[in-house]
Write a protein that binds this ligand. Structure first.
Ligand code: AMP
Length: 448
């Protein structure tokens, strides 16, 4: 076999029809829960001014330092002018949009949700891609633990709908205000003075640029040292502690189980107060399906008025992986109901109308309108796993009849041509027809 000339770029994948069934199912659950809770859908560009990510997410985070895809829009010779980046996540763009469109004039909080692709120039591995899908919820304009609790509750509901909640744990922490964080970071730096030689090169550089990242270091030596390092909790103000305690009370009230995790910091700079992640029960942080938190300083960082916010983002590829592992079946909407086979020029002409009428009625129909023999058309019908075949040969055209074959049962009967459509509809059941009516207001389609 010759070597394939072109393949998907490293870290990317085609979403093939089988996986689209899962994508569609997840999107449905997301849209349904979002609408129930008053969220409105938003889409922002896939690329933004790269300063938005640098400022918002933080210059010294992995996402910005190592994983940002730069876009120039120019030819190679001008590449040094890069100023755009493909979005590595959705929050920063949504906050930019909130400011740009004066959404602070709207009743607060503004609740938005988005579904789309994100890009990180990460080292590809299982569950870690360079292009992946996220869905994202943001609640902007008010600060109250009840909003954090409701946001988490919406996520729990979605994971329950998708039947994977029992494979996940909700990890939660409070990382205080930006000032709390600063005092803590200073204390952490002090603690490591004189201990640098025990750190790996990467952790030593983190100590300089983003010491909080040491908390989730994979290095054993760092982890051992951290056991005697100051804990974040000691630096939280009473206000932050109270905020967190109230949030936990609300989660209890909603019947949500969680694990308090004092080491959870999340990699992004913009978080304040609440942070949380949904972890895979067996592999923990490694393959988290979602994470989020409060970002009360982000909008101001991006040039808006001080405005609190809380949000969450989930990775759809990882969710699909969980659904498959859990054996969750999703409806296959691509099944073929009827295969129309024909022979002879008259039959072929008549079948064109038949196929289009069946489709209009909501019957998934494919028609073999080529010149193949009836036998090979029947083999095709089998391969497409059609439930029924309608057969129109020269004889049938002459007699005004048609043959209906039940492919599974292997039985067939002849009937009057006019009876074909009503008979098929009866067999499939009116309620199973795929009719799509645009109501007076435009609705979203499954494929969105
Ligand atoms: P983060 O804000 O980095 O925690 O990302 C939120 C969610 O997006 C994660 O919990 C993952 O489910 C998903 N995610 C993040 N990065 C990737 C990636 N490189 N490939 C696939 N999914 C990802």
């Amino acid at each position: 076999m010759s070597e394939l000339q072109f393949r998907t770029p490293k870290g990317t994948h085609d979403v093939l029809p089988e996986d689209h069934q899962y994508m569609t199912y997840i999107k449905k659950a997301v849209r349904h829960r979002a609408r129930q809770a008053g969220y409105k859908r938003i889409d922002t560009p896939m690329f933004e001014n790269k300063a938005i990510f640098e400022r918002g997410i933080g210059q010294h985070t992995d996402i910005v330092e190592k994983e940002l895809f730069l876009v120039t829009g120019k030819r190679e010779e001008d590449a040094s002018d890069a100023q755009f980046a493909l979005r590595p996540e959705l929050t920063a763009g949504i906050c930019r949009s909130y400011i740009e469109h004066g959404m602070q004039q709207l009743p607060q909080p503004v609740e938005l949700y988005a579904i789309g692709q994100c890009f990180r120039h990460d080292r590809p591995q299982k569950g870690r891609y360079r292009q992946f899908h996220q869905f994202d919820f943001e609640v902007i304009g008010l600060k109250d633990p009840s909003l954090d609790a409701q946001l988490i509750f919406a996520l729990v509901k979605i994971f329950q709908d998708l039947r994977i909640m029992d494979r996940l744990t909700l990890q939660i922490n409070n990382i205080g205000s930006a000032e709390n964080r600063k005092t803590y970071v200073d204390a952490l730096k002090d603690f490591f003075i004189g201990k640098e030689r025990h750190l790996s090169e990467q952790d030593r550089s983190r100590l300089q640029t983003n010491p909080l990242r040491l908390l989730d270091s994979k290095e054993e030596d760092t982890q051992i040292l951290l056991k005697s390092a100051p804990m974040f909790e000691q630096f939280l103000t009473d206000e932050s502690k109270e905020y967190h305690a109230t949030l936990l009370e609300y989660l209890d009230e909603l019947g949500i189980t969680y694990v308090q995790n004092p080491r959870l910091v999340r990699g992004l700079d913009y978080y304040t107060q609440t942070v949380f992640e949904f972890w895979d029960q067996s592999s923990g942080a490694q393959n988290a399906v979602g994470g989020g938190g409060r970002y009360d300083g982000l909008i101001e960082l991006l040039g808006g008025k001080p405005t609190p916010g809380v949000g969450v983002a989930c990775g759809m590829e990882r969710i699909i992986w969980h659904m498959k592992e859990a054996g969750v079946k999703v409806p296959n909407k691509d099944q073929v109901d009827v295969f129309v086979a024909q022979l002879g020029p008259e039959a072929k002409k008549q079948c064109l109308t038949l196929v289009s009428h069946l489709r209009e009625m909501g019957v998934h129909t494919i028609g073999a309108l080529g010149e193949a023999s009836l036998k090979s058309q029947m083999r095709h019908a089998d391969k497409f796993e059609a439930r029924y075949t309608l057969l129109l040969g020269k004889m049938e055209v002459k007699e005004g009849t048609i043959i209906l074959r039940d492919m599974k049962a292997g039985k067939q009967k002849q009937m009057k041509y006019e009876q074909a459509i009503p008979e098929v509809i009866k067999l499939l059941g009116q309620e199973n027809l795929d009719t799509y009516v645009l109501k007076d207001q435009m609705g979203e389609t499954d494929e969105d």
